[in-house]
Design a binder for this molecule. Structure first.
Ligand SMILES: *Cc1c(COP(=O)(O)O)cnc(C)c1O
Length: 366
């Protein structure tokens, strides 16, 4: 018997989530963000379910190459653009689109003869202060790019710092600054990530960048993906490999972090930080044993974790255990360990076996 630690990827749900994004922003083109191995879901696995996306966005050349290794007609965008002049060769070879956010990139492109860039994504810094040209330079850089031979369109982009917090003053401030700096400049706008897609229809514009919500997960503190009409795409399961018991006063696991207040059974689950389940997950975090929430009891180790089985008296060896999924939101688990669901999804390790619920492509529309 092999170790049953499995991430199940629900591809039909992924396709439905993309349709849900379309319903939220019906007039926008949709960029499906598939960086970091499609947020841990498996990049090439997810592509067939994303066929109706208008563009796929990645962070690195390696991710772009991976898309180009499979049959895929969708345009691909490098969200951070090229990291050196040499990457421009690959941009051309793989017909990639790229963001331009820094003066060095302008130089590399101009020195290489500005080959075949039809659509350029110009990123402006409206207050995030990570990537992007200062707003004062928007007009000048826009003109400079438009002068490159072959450029047909310049998309004006910016990124919000607080999009996951509706009503945060930064959102309006960044939007107004961006609109002021780009007034009169030709080209579509691209501002919204998942948070802004949900919270701010005035930021939808011509292009939206949907990441986390595609995977059925919410970037907001107070609502889950399910609350917003999305379906979680990943479920992470394992099983009980031992059932033991502790007496009151006995501790469990490394550092003796957990001490039993009363006699109870202990379930040992075949998943640990070597699989991407965080080591610092606190005692009491819910884990579903055969569908019943049981509290984590003791520090997570590399290959295993332990739960108090008091809530599940029927538990037997081999029983299924769910760490997150449709019945246990990854948002809840992330909050328990003071991180965000993005991180938990991305860090599922290659040791976990991946299975998928197949996506059967519907008949092409005529
Ligand atoms: C990752 C990323 C996104 C997607 O963000 P989500 O919150 O996952 O929707 C959007 N825009 C940029 C620039 C990104 O890097």
């Amino acid at each position: 018997m092999s170790r049953n630690t499995v991430a199940t990827i629900n591809l039909p749900a992924l396709a439905r989530n993309l349709e849900r994004v379309r319903a939220l922003a019906p007039n926008a083109n949709i960029m499906a963000v598939v960086k970091a191995d499609a947020y841990g879901h498996g990049l090439t696995r997810c592509i067939p379910a994303l066929q109706s996306a208008d563009l796929l966005a990645v962070a690195t050349m390696r991710e772009a190459r991976e898309i180009r290794s499979v049959d895929c007609e969708i345009p691909v965008l490098l969200l951070e653009g090229v990291t050196d002049a040499d990457e421009l060769d690959e941009v051309n070879e793989f017909k990639l689109e790229h963001v331009v956010h820094h003066a060095a990139q302008l130089q590399w492109i101009e020195q290489s003869g500005c080959r075949s860039h039809q659509r350029i994504w110009l990123k402006l810094n409206s207050g995030m202060n990570r990537l992007g040209f200062p707003l004062e330079q928007a007009r000048e850089v826009h003109q400079r790019i438009q002068a490159w031979p072959g450029v047909e369109e310049v998309v004006l982009m910016t990124h919000f710092a607080c999009a996951d917090q509706p009503g945060h003053a930064m959102n309006q401030l960044q939007r107004e600054r961006f609109d002021q700096a780009t007034a009169g400049l030709e080209g579509p706008h691209c501002l919204s990530n998942s948070g802004a897609l949900i919270n701010d229809a005035s930021a939808h514009r011509e292009w939206v960048r949907a990441g986390l919500m595609l995977y059925g997960v919410s970037p907001l503190d107070q609502q889950t993906g399910h609350d917003l009409g999305f379906e979680p795409v990943m479920r992470l399961d394992s099983q009980l490999i031992a059932i033991n018991a502790v007496e009151a006063g006995e501790s469990i696991g490394y550092g003796a972090r957990y001490t039993a207040a009363h006699h109870h059974r202990v379930g040992v689950v075949a998943i640990g930080y070597g699989d991407g389940y965080p080591r610092n997950m606190p005692d009491g975090t819910p884990v579903l044993v055969k569908g019943q929430p049981c509290p984590l009891a003791g520090r997570v180790s590399m290959d295993m974790l332990t739960v108090d089985l008091s809530n599940q008296p029927d538990a037997a060896l081999g029983d299924p255990v769910t760490l997150w999924g449709p019945d246990l939101p990854v948002e809840t688990i992330a909050a328990a360990v003071d991180t965000i669901p993005y991180e938990l999804l991305c860090r599922v390790s290659p040791r976990v076996r991946y299975e998928e619920i197949e996506y059967l492509r519907s008949k092409p529309r005529n």
